[in-house]
Design a protein around this ligand. Structure first.
Ligand code: FAD
Ligand code: YCP
Length: 333
């Protein structure tokens, strides 16, 4: 249980942030760095694995088909570097990212245009040069590739800890195991929790999959859906063959209805994290209640992909963890 850091000099905070996932934690951290009296409220004792920010790894990349994401990334990399320096920890490991697809695929062409437009260092691979550079990848249907050399792996859990510690170092108050149960808007907003009542000049809600639950009593709903994601890890037939030290990159394969993505084996030696960028509708309060529908199609899609494209992996998930996505409608947030 995180100790509640220094309480504000007055009973009124400048800002209350609801939700200490990566979004809320960074929001609170940058507010406190700017001298704002900030309270960060988290319903579960930290660290926890119920939301979207937990786990060992995330991909960071410049390459996004969504223009606005690519535009934000230069500053994002700089802010990550700043946090690493302040926290004295390493959070980012450059591995490069390979986007795999058919060169006739409009989405693949969009990725290539984005990389060129933002002068992202990278390389185009023919089917032959792709297999030559990445022997562990079999371009099953003659796919080609384009790489983003700046991409890499962020240590997710370590990043959360670093930014929450930084927030408290800047005088922020972090209350975990304290659920927000009521919000009363007004010139001063009043926030009631399972342990107290607080007031602030402004409120930021970064509740991830729980956002609409918090907004409902205020008569607000966002067009969001929450999905249960299977975070699958697959065993290397030759340990290390798909590892960071074998220069295996993060990858995104545009050869399924939704993306399939993977990271080089690192956090669990001998196991490679490869997931399907979709999942089943789930309430965050009942995330692991299996849906009535048939066996999990995403795992079957992954097994089929791995059998065809990544012959050096055992096509049976060795470990399956879970995470939540919050997506806008059927399109991805
Ligand atoms: C499997 C998976 C892989 C991903 N891979 C990548 C990747 O490679 N690269 C990338 O950039 N992104 C990736 N993402 C997306 C990224 O992880 C999420 O966008 C991000 O973690 C969302 O953070 P958040 O803070 O919005 O949500 P969360 O982490 O869910 O945080 C919300 C927090 O609010 C708290 N909360 C909710 N209600 C209340 C309440 N009433 N009172 C108090 N606290 C409350 C919750 O307990 C939770 O801690 C991935 C996500 C998943 C699930
Ligand atoms: O955002 C990312 O980079 C990864 C891969 C794509 C799906 C979501 N997670």
């Amino acid at each position: 249980m995180m100790a509640a850091a220094g309480e504000p000099h007055s009973s009124l905070y400048d800002t209350i942030v609801v939700g200490a996932g990566i979004q809320g934690s960074f929001t609170a951290y940058h507010l406190a760095k700017r001298g704002r009296e900030t309270l960060l409220l988290e319903q579960f004792p930290l660290p926890h694995s119920r939301g979207s920010s937990h786990g060992q790894s995330r991909i960071i990349r410049h390459a996004y088909p969504q223009e606005h994401y690519s535009q934000m990334m230069a500053e994002s990399y700089r802010l990550w570097e700043q946090l690493e320096a302040e926290a004295g920890v390493s959070l980012y490991r450059q591995t490069g990212l390979l986007v795999l697809g058919a060169n006739t695929n409009p989405e693949f062409q969009c990725w290539c245009r984005t990389l060129v437009k933002h002068n992202v260092p990278g390389k185009l691979f023919t089917t032959e040069s792709l297999h030559g550079r990445f022997p562990g990848i079999r371009p099953y249907h003659g796919e080609v590739g384009v790489s983003d050399h700046t991409a890499g792996v962020l240590s997710a859990d370590r990043a959360l800890r670093a930014v929450q510690d930084g927030f408290q170092r800047c005088g922020g108050a972090l209350h975990d195991g304290e659920k927000v149960t009521d919000i009363k808007p007004g010139v001063v907003v009043t926030v009631t929790t399972s342990r107290g009542v607080y007031q602030a000049n402004s409120l930021v809600i970064t509740a991830g999959p729980w956002a609409n639950k918090l907004l409902a009593p205020l008569g607000l709903q966002l067009p969001l859906q929450t999905l249960r994601i299977n975070v699958c890890y697959w065993k290397e037939k030759v340990p290390g063959a798909y590892g960071v030290s074998a220069n295996f990159p993060c990858f995104l394969a545009l050869c399924a209805p939704h993306h399939i993505y993977g990271l080089p084996s690192n956090e669990y030696p001998g196991l490679v994290k490869i997931c399907y960028h979709s999942g089943s509708l789930a309430d965050p309060e009942e995330r692991d209640q299996l849906p009535e529908t048939s066996a999990l199609p995403d795992i079957q899609i992954l097994q089929d992909f791995i059998s065809k494209y990544l012959p050096g992996l055992v096509p049976e998930p060795a470990v399956v963890e879970h995470c939540m996505y919050t997506v806008r409608g059927r399109r991805w947030a």
